[in-house]
Ligand binder design. Structure first.
Ligand code: FUC
Length: 759
């Protein structure tokens, strides 16, 4: 119907959205985001600019980066001594000693809404869609024999949101465009078809500005005081850009007034014209999105996406495969749309937020959520989308050093449980979520992992290593000798959002193990800091590794065996070493214990928790259970617009699921490439092209009846590749390459730019 393009990578619906969270469709370019409703007499386009935040320096509440507002010289050592003595402490008791009320943390803000008041009519043949390949949202319907079409996209090269309103009859486009915002201190003005909304947030004085230029073809345009009316045009294009005076720069976090940049973006886009903008947008998105193709044997039925979702059971139908493949590619689309160089990383809602007080402030939780957002970046061949994460981590080091010094008297840097765009590296006083000094170690080991994927030594030297080294220095200064057994432990230590405080909770230990392992490797690769490397390796030897098998065969969450078999807490923190870490190997005693733990925790949880469990089961080489978790996520934690829900909407589950699916198909965390490590029976036949493995290798594989048919590896750099596979390796000419076999792995010397087939 409707003459609008359809393929299996399009979300579509047969009625307008009425609900922002569950129905509207997201577009974005990393800095700007919008949610399209597709109404027929009133169109709503809610929009965001990623840096518009209350809080931080200048906040009315007062802001000190979460650092203690008065010194507490013995506070941490006092808790440590108490833990040495008593073994455990209630979180409330620790929070009373180490926490403090949050002040000036702020929240991510909606920017505003663009409205199109349209002529009333009785629409027929309605269709609203989001094409992932084109990164375009469309609305189409017929009124009185005239087909009306609207098309929206968010251009990264142009830093604008573009809309085109058209009809298949000349002179049939009429509407009034206006802009609203919940922020009080603002002015709206109109001149020469350009609407400007400008103001400053009452809380922190952050300046913001949006401009929308309306360009008509045919008909008339009339500028009102705060709106623009178009009558009887053939088609209309609008171009919107927005910005703030935020800058990711400690300590003031302010830069230039946004007026000049917003004006320039809109002027330039208008001068380019619609077709040029659309082409450059398509080139930009295709260059990222088209790198990966996933075929699970899907056949997309001709039903709207909400019905595809409600019919989904995770069974054997080709329609279920279609939803899974769509969900995978949608996650990739969302990462491209919410994380591009030049802005902040994707927050808890990516970039999309219609509120002035979103859940958890729409912030950057670093006890898993921000990290999860970036799990797919490398594996799903979108490395560029992780630049904002890298820059954000780098920018956290300056405030994090101050927190390390003032709270712990330590060198290096840290960040706790959650943070904002203003370097909040200290604490608050929510007892079960205020203490997580391991977060810096976790985010920096992610940077090192990025190096493991790309092999880019310059990135390692300039970006990953300084952050890694600073995080390691903090822990070298801060680890505590456990009087019970002489091992080095984190103390006070708290397994995220669960149980009591203790010394040496498993996640704390596993994160520090990963950090030290990565830091020592990195110093070795770079041939720098020999003395530091020796200190790290010595500490690693004394470190309690956080891997204990408990009384019921479980991997223990704490150093003492406190786990309860009927506990189903959503955080399975003590499996960090299994995923995203690399400390736990499947089919080892710890791997088996991880299975016992996971089975006890069950398949429930919030959206992100289910997404994590896809990754866990994939790493345990249990494709069936990994697939079951994907099904759980789709049947009970996915909204009609295929957004993940905690509830409410939280984007980490979308990204965690992409990573999980990738983990089912290709793994490489243990120094060898493992193709189809966790292929579920539900996916007997299929293919994937373009997944990435560590060592700068791109993997294509097709499979039939559950077994690999053809594996092709493309080497990005010259060096040894090791794969766990039977058979031999051949080059593009079909000649056998001298492979070295060791057990079930095969290694050979690959040359940059060449492809190799295995079989
Ligand atoms: C962590 C989780 C919650 C939620 C929040 C944003 O604290 O435990 O479930 O995802 O982050």
């Amino acid at each position: 119907m409707t003459g609008l393009p359809a393929d299996d990578l399009t979300l579509w619906y047969d009625r307008p959205a009425t609900d922002w969270e569950t129905e509207a469709l997201p577009i974005g370019n990393g800095a700007l985001g919008a949610m399209v409703f597709g109404g027929t007499d009133l169109e709503q386009i809610q929009f965001n600019e990623k840096t518009l935040w209350t809080g931080g320096p200048g906040s009315r509440q007062g802001y000190d980066f979460g650092n203690w507002t008065s010194p507490r010289p013995e506070a941490i050592s006092g808790v440590r001594e108490e833990l040495d003595r008593a073994g455990r402490m209630a979180p409330e008791e620790v929070a009373a000693r180490l926490g403090q009320p949050k002040s000036g943390f702020g929240a991510y803000q909606t920017f505003g809404d663009l409205w199109l008041d349209l002529p009333a009519g009785s629409p027929a043949d309605y269709r609203r869609e989001l094409s992932l390949r084109e990164a375009v949202a469309r609305v189409g319907y017929t009124v009185g024999g005239v087909r009306h079409t609207r098309e929206y996209f968010a251009s990264h090269p142009g830093n604008v949101i573009v809309g085109r309103i058209s009809a298949d009859r000349a002179g049939a486009v009429s509407f009034t465009l206006r802009c609203t915002s919940p922020h009080d201190d603002k002015r709206v003005s109109v001149a020469d078809g350009r609407l400007t909304m400008r103001g400053a947030l009452a809380d922190n004085g952050m300046r913001f500005e949006a401009q929308v230029q309306v360009v008509v073809e045919g008909g008339t345009r009339t500028d009102g005081a705060d709106r623009i009316t178009v009558a009887e045009a053939d088609s209309v294009v609008f171009v919107l850009s927005a910005g703030t005076d935020y800058a990711l720069a400690y300590p003031a976090y302010r830069g230039e007034d946004p007026h000049a940049a917003v004006t320039a973006a809109v002027d330039k886009a208008v001068a380019q014209g619609y077709d040029a903008l659309r082409h450059s947008h398509q080139d930009d998105c295709s260059a990222l999105f088209d790198r990966v193709e996933l075929d699970l044997g899907q056949e997309i039925p001709a039903v709207p996406t909400d019905r595809l979702l409600s019919a989904y059971t995770g069974g054997e139908s080709a329609a279920d495969r279609a939803l899974e493949a769509l969900f995978f590619q949608y996650g990739r689309y969302l990462l491209i749309a919410s994380s591009r160089a030049g802005s902040l990383p994707a927050n808890l809602q990516g970039i999309w937020n219609d509120s002035t007080s979103p859940a958890w402030a729409g912030d950057y939780h670093v006890n898993i959520n921000l990290q999860m957002n970036y799990w797919p970046a490398e594996q799903a061949n979108l490395a560029e989308t992780a630049r904002p994460y890298d820059e954000y981590v780098e920018a956290m080091m300056a405030p994090g050093r101050r927190t390390a010094r003032e709270m712990f008297g330590a060198g290096g840097w840290l960040v706790h449980n959650e943070t904002n765009p203003f370097g909040f590296t200290g604490v608050h006083d929510w007892a079960t979520a205020f203490w997580f000094p391991e977060a810096a170690a976790w985010v920096t080991r992610d940077l090192y992992d990025r190096y493991r994927f790309s092999g880019d030594v310059r990135y390692l030297r300039e970006t990953a290593y300084p952050a890694l080294k600073g995080a390691a220095e903090f822990w070298l200064d801060t680890l505590h000798t456990d009087p019970r057994d002489g091992t080095l432990v984190v103390s006070p230590s708290y397994s995220p959002e669960h149980g009591d405080f203790s010394a040496g909770a498993s996640m704390s230990q596993q994160i520090v193990w990963d950090l030290f392992t990565s830091a020592a490797e990195a110093a070795g690769v770079l041939e720098v800091d020999a003395e530091f490397r020796t200190r790290v390796l010595d500490a690693l030897e004394r470190l309690d590794p956080g891997l204990r098998i408990g009384s019921w065969g479980q991997l223990q969450e704490w150093k003492a065996d406190w786990d309860e078999p009927d506990n189903s807490h959503r955080h399975v923190s003590h499996l960090f070493g299994l995923h995203p870490g690399r400390q736990i190997v499947a089919e080892s005693p710890e791997g088996e214990a991880a299975k016992v733990t996971l089975a006890a925790r069950g398949d429930g949880g919030t959206g992100w928790s289910k997404a994590w469990k896809i990754n866990f089961w994939a790493r345990l080489l249990d494709g069936d259970h990994a697939h079951r978790m994907l099904s759980e996520l789709l049947t009970s934690s996915t909204l009609d617009n295929l957004w993940d829900t905690h509830p409410p909407f939280q984007i980490d589950g979308n990204f965690g699921a992409v990573a999980g699916i990738a983990e089912m198909l290709v793994q490489s965390q243990h120094g060898e490439i493992h193709v189809l490590p966790a292929l579920p029976p539900a996916w007997p036949t299929g293919s994937v092209r373009g997944l990435r493995a560590r060592g700068d290798v791109t993997v294509d594989v097709s499979w039939r009846d559950g077994a690999a048919e053809k594996i092709t590896l493309r080497a990005g750099r010259t060096g040894e590749i090791t794969i766990r596979a039977a058979g031999q390796v051949h080059d593009e000419q079909g000649d056998e390459v001298g492979g070295r076999r060791s057990g079930d792995t095969l290694s050979w010397d690959a040359e940059a730019g060449r492809s190799y087939t295995i079989g």
